[in-house]
Design a binder for this molecule. Sequence first.
Ligand code: NAI
Ligand code: MG
Length: 350
Amino acid sequence: TTQRIAVIAGDGIGKEVVPAAIACLERIAELHTLDLRFTYFDWGSEYYLQHGRMMPVDGLEQLAAHQAIFLGAVGSPEVPDAESLWGLLIPIRREFQQYINLRPVKTLAGVASPLKAAQPIDLLIVRENNEGEYSEVGGRMYRGLPQETAVQETIFTRLGVSRVARYAASLAASRSGRLTSATKSNGIIHTMPFWDEIVAETARLYPEVSVTSELVDALAAHLVLKPWTFDVIVASNLLGDILSDLGSSVTGSIGLAPSANLNPEGEFPSLFEPVHGSAPDIAGKGLANPVGQIWSGAMMLEHLGHIEAATHLQSAFESALRDGLGTRDVGGPSSTAEFTSGVLSAIDTL
Ligand code: NAI
Ligand code: MG
């Protein structure tokens, strides 16, 4: 059966790493006789500069007709970041109830890391993706006056926290049974204790799971000093975002990190994108590491039910890295295109 995939390369290096990943996905689809149909949307900051919005008025309706969305990154120095994020990515995540942002962090052979971890890292960050600190509730008052004030409310709901906790606990149950919950209930005295209570309550439904609540400042330090001790980490929208850049950097580069924005019920399309942004500082130079994008493609294949194809793609980019073909950010010699050729050869030979 045909599976329709909406592709939004977006801005900056999104335009380099998305074509790289699509080339790999097309080769894999051919070898595994998958009928994947890619539809390309030119939405993003250039579209914004022309039309005054990041995507058309009926953008979400157009996307709803697809089984998955494959995104590069959005963001440009010419467009305020809040516009690019709230004009495209956040509406997609919310409209399609993609309440799980799953971000694997794993040691890969052939990657130079600034921190030599004593043991291999293999952990999953489960970030709440629909509510929390990313909220529209709040405002600005007394602009320009000495008493000028900004208020930004955090919203946690029982439904929102319990469903992300359930997902994370069941993931932990399928792995080591160890679940760490990022919190800050010593300083944030209303929302964070509520988060802690619901996570603890939910985890009790999984007797094989032991949950540890850890204050996020200490957790961040542990993630640097002994990252191999973690298995599944569940965190709110903001804390999960910060911890995932940290986690991927510990394994070598933010360019490696993939993510899935999941609607676990499958009622709406899920979205797959690397953790990194549009990296304007290196855009157009052939320096971008496409691993985060390719790995996100493997997560998409798995979500679409193509487990063997996903494993094949995963082994191929891991083998290209192991062979020392990585891009410069991981200490290798390759350009984006050279590394991608390496992955394509590995796909053919594995
Ligand atoms: P960034 O992730 O784009 O870049 C941070 C640093 O990592 C830069 O030095 C960059 O060169 C490097 N880097 C990122 N991806 C890389 C890759 N694949 N290979 C090699 N090096 C890589 O974050 P930054 O600079 O804070 O944001 C740039 C723009 O991207 C902003 O407009 C921001 O709003 C947007 N952004 C978009 C996201 C999305 O679309 N989901 C996520 C994060 C940021
Ligand atoms: Mg981020």
